[in-house]
Design a protein around this ligand. Structure first.
Ligand SMILES: [Zn+2]
Length: 175
């Protein structure tokens, strides 16, 4: 189990040259962009990062992350616990132009002045790994699929195609 915290910033070229591994926790409540998408989160994300220089001389990071998130059910919007995991390869680039030269196996990560914003990188990766849509089992969901499919309940429930954020806005708008 991880107990240490990851630093906010690292010097990735040095870490790659020494083939170092960084592992640690990142607090989920610091991720504002993630919160915008799926609501505020608590707890930690576990992260493992292996820095390396590959056979082509590219500096890369092979990473893995794991977190327990509370994601809104698309039907009733109540949060449900979901395990999110991701395995990823990042290629370090110093400009957008260089990002285009990376093989499709690697996602570009921008290094400026030899510094890498680790928190932003982990947040990006976490957002990319969010499941497309999350639903309770019907028995546990507070909105039944009958309510959704019949037009009669239109006033009290939203059609399935409407985005959960739109529904949330409507709910919040109610007196
Ligand atoms: Zn639900």
């Amino acid at each position: 189990m991880l107990t240490s915290r990851l630093p906010d910033w690292v010097e990735p070229y040095k870490l790659a040259a020494r083939a170092e591994r960084l592992e640690g926790l990142v607090a989920l409540d610091g991720f504002a962009r993630l919160a915008e998408q799926v609501g505020a989160q608590r707890g930690d994300c576990s992260v493992w990062l292996d820095f390396a220089i590959d056979a082509q001389g590219r500096r890369e990071i092979h990473g893995r992350l794991k977190a327990e998130l509370q994601l809104p059910c698309r039907r009733c919007l109540l949060p449900m616990t979901q395990q999110v995991e991701s395995d990823f390869r990042l290629g370090m680039v110093t400009s957008d132009a260089l990002a285009a030269e990376l093989p499709s196996t690697h996602e570009p990560v921008l290094v400026e002045n030899e510094q890498l914003n680790l928190l932003e990188t982990v947040e990006d990766e976490l957002i990319l790994s969010l499941p497309q849509s999350v639903y309770h089992d019907e028995a546990q969901c507070s909105v039944s699929s009958d309510q959704l499919s019949s037009g009669e309940a239109a006033e009290s429930s939203a059609p399935a195609a409407v985005s959960p954020f739109e529904v949330l806005r409507r709910l919040k708008g109610k007196p």
